[in-house]
Design a protein around this ligand. Structure first.
Ligand SMILES: C=CCO[C@@H]1O[C@H](CO)[C@@H](O[C@@H]2O[C@H](CO)[C@H](O)[C@H](OCc3cn(-c4n[nH]c(N)n4)nn3)[C@H]2O)[C@H](O)[C@H]1NC(C)=O
Length: 135
């Protein structure tokens, strides 16, 4: 999965929101939005898969600590379409992260790293970023 945008030193506090707007490529296999401390310590790897790693239309969420993946959580209610514009809003507190998606869908994932702020954001894969907003 090729690397797109990487942002560091963000100092996003609990209660704030990270909004990623963009367009899913027409032949997308998958994309990922990673947030955390740095590229080896991710409090959330949010990975919609259209057809990759043996998964079709599944959202895979995971964490990474010191470069080691955690246990995946998978969501098969899949609100994404290849070629569509979409918006992903990630908010968090020290207990969990909430990912708001189109159609009022929400995914909640535990804050396994107990992070009190988010320094790192990376968007990878078949996704053309249009806007990033921190609020
Ligand atoms: C069934 C036995 C093996 O399990 C599989 O093991 C794979 C390898 O760990 C799992 O795929 C990884 O799942 C991770 C999340 O748990 C990540 O999605 C990982 O891809 C992340 C990634 C980023 N990048 C990347 N390349 N370049 C950049 N900047 N980033 N390349 N790979 C995927 O390669 C895959 O999700 C997992 N499948 C299941 C069903 O568990």
């Amino acid at each position: 999965m090729e690397c797109g945008l990487v942002a560091t030193h963000l100092n996003i506090q609990a209660g704030e929101c990270i909004k990623v707007k963009g367009k899913i490529l027409p032949e997308a296999k998958g994309f990922a939005v990673n947030v955390g401390k740095d590229r080896s310590n991710l409090v959330l790897h949010f990975n919609p898969r259209f057809d990759s790693h043996g998964d079709v239309n599944v959202i895979v969420c995971n964490s990474m600590e010191d470069g080691m993946w955690g246990t995946e959580e998978r969501e098969t209610d899949f609100p994404f379409q290849q070629g569509d514009k979409t918006e992903i809003c990630i908010s968090f507190d020290t207990a969990e992260l909430t990912v708001k998606l189109a159609g009022d869908k929400e995914i909640v994932f535990p804050n396994r790293l107990g992070l009190e702020n988010i320094e790192y954001l990376a968007v990878e894969g078949d996704f053309a970023i249009k806007a990033i907003k921190f609020s």
